[in-house]
Ligand binder design. Structure first.
Ligand SMILES: Nc1nc2c(ncn2[C@@H]2O[C@H](COP(=O)(O)OP(=O)(O)OP(=O)(O)O)[C@@H](O)[C@H]2O)c(=O)[nH]1
Ligand SMILES: [Mg+2]
Length: 187
């Protein structure tokens, strides 16, 4: 399972994926890391960024159109309109600022309210490169509890800087989106 070059075919399933979470947690930088396999620190997003990437899943290609929404408070009121029509979502927090995890329920609430309430949502705990090895289990436990309590689809601790933990979240979300669409008889 890997991302591929674009394939021009009417059979390619295109899905909208919203990326949400507090400002500065690294959403845009995570997408750039996935796209380029390198660390390109982003500047704070103004409104929204778009990025389209093809994800190979088994024998299928899923074209994921990422709607990378600014986390700053001043943009919050427009989020419901922008997140509508999503097939999946990433919500991200910053492991070096654990209080950012407590802001995630609000993003999840808005995403569920304006989409299929069963939309797959995967939690990303970014900047794990800043956390010493002996403290990572604690963060992993907090993220795991959070996922269970908020009925999310899973979580990954990762780093856009070092690239660790970046192998699986995109293919995992792609698989969940396909499964959900099959369940609903949309494909
Ligand atoms: N140490 C470390 N720093 C990171 C990592 N990812 C991002 N950063 C830093 O965090 C800053 C903010 O990252 P952004 O990608 O702009 O964050 P964002 O969530 O898109 O922020 P908004 O667009 O304001 O919502 C970057 O400029 C980097 O300096 C990471 O994995 N590790
Ligand atoms: Mg951004």
């Amino acid at each position: 399972m890997s991302k591929t070059r674009f394939i021009v075919s009417p059979d390619v399933l295109t899905v909208k994926v919203v990326v949400a979470g507090p400002g500065g947690v690294g959403k845009t930088t995570l997408l750039k890391r996935h796209e380029t396999n390198s660390y390109i620190p982003a500047v704070s997003t103004v409104g929204i960024n778009f990025l389209v990437m093809d994800q190979e899943i088994g024998e299928n290609i899923v074209r994921m159109a990422f709607w990378d929404y600014a986390g700053e408070d001043r943009f919050r009121s427009l989020f419901p309109g922008y997140c509508t029509g999503s097939s999946g979502a990433f919500v991200a927090f910053d492991t070096s600022r654990i209080q950012t995890l407590s802001e995630i329920p609000e993003w999840v609430r808005m995403i569920r309210q304006h989409n299929d309430p069963n939309i797959p949502i995967v939690l990303l705990g970014n900047k794990i490169d800043t956390i010493p090895e002996d403290q990572r289990d604690l963060i992993s436990e907090s993220a795991g509890n959070f996922v269970r309590q908020n009925k999310l689809s899973g979580y990954y601790l990762c780093s856009a800087k070092s690239g660790e933990g970046m192998e699986s979240p995109f293919s995992h979300l792609g698989i969940l989106i396909i499964e959900n669409k099959k369940r609903k008889g949309q494909i």
